[in-house]
Write a protein that binds this ligand. Structure first.
Ligand SMILES: Cc1cc2nc3c(=O)[nH]c(=O)nc-3n(C[C@H](O)[C@H](O)[C@H](O)COP(=O)(O)O)c2cc1C
Length: 212
């Protein structure tokens, strides 16, 4: 599907066709595309827990307030997490760049030192903002990839974060839950949603024309 059309057609879907499953191969393909998203210094702090087991989805659906129907009926609900300790993977990130020819072996140590120094200069708030921004970019990309593959989605931000992390055995001291993303095939049409006019969201050359 052409990109503009994919963007226009992605809409939040409140109920999915429960007969439709997504194979692990196809889900992995979508996640691989989603994680082609850009991130600060290519640090890739996004992590995904894919819930495609029926019982696990049911249990999850109890923890998502009024969002139970899309969560339970989806082929999969993906818990999208931001890794506050992405620095644990710095060696892997740099090594992967070397292996794939993106970075010359000679620059490995320098690159690693640079990334470590970037990380060490961050406040807790900077770090949180950084991983949330990067992870949200991959989440958006996953929604569009799913749409382009013929699936629909529903981002869920209202859920019991502590309980979901506990259910899915995620280390809460390390991972920040960003959103759940229910993915499947729509069983109902999307509700219409409007956007603000550009006059209210865009200013040219100066912020003084932004809403005050
Ligand atoms: C991060 C995020 C969290 C959201 N959380 C919820 C939610 O908990 N429940 C819900 O009904 N919709 C949720 N939505 C969906 C929005 O309400 C929806 O995207 C918006 O109304 C625009 O509609 P559209 O996605 O169909 O264009 C969420 C969307 C985003 C991006």
């Amino acid at each position: 599907m052409e990109l503009f059309e994919t963007i226009r057609q992605r809409k939040t879907i409140k109920l999915f066709n429960q007969q439709v499953k997504i194979s692990r191969e196809e889900m992995a393909e979508m996640l691989a595309l989603a994680q082609l998203a850009p991130s600060k210094a290519n640090l890739q702090p996004w992590r995904f827990v894919v819930v495609d087991d029926t019982q696990q989805k049911q249990a999850l659906s109890q923890l998502v307030a009024f969002n139970g129907p899309p969560c339970e009926s989806a082929a999969a609900a993906v818990l999208i997490l931001a890794d506050r300790q992405y620095d644990q993977l710095l060696e892997n990130i740099v090594q992967r760049s070397v292996e794939t020819g993106c970075l010359h072996e000679n620059f490995k140590a320098r690159s690693l030192n640079f990334l470590r120094s970037l990380h060490q200069g961050l406040t807790e708030q900077d770090l949180r903002d950084q991983v949330l921004i990067d992870t949200s970019l991959s989440a958006m990309q996953l929604m569009l990839v799913a749409k382009a593959k013929g699936y629909d989605s529903h981002a869920i931000g209202v859920f019991d974060r502590d309980a979901v992390l506990e259910l899915l055995e995620v280390d809460a001291s390390r991972y920040l839950p960003v959103m759940l993303l229910a993915i499947g095939k729509a069983a109902v049409p999307a509700l219409p949603s409007a956007r603000l006019n550009l006059e209210q969201t865009v200013a040219w050359n100066s912020g003084k024309d932004l809403p005050r």
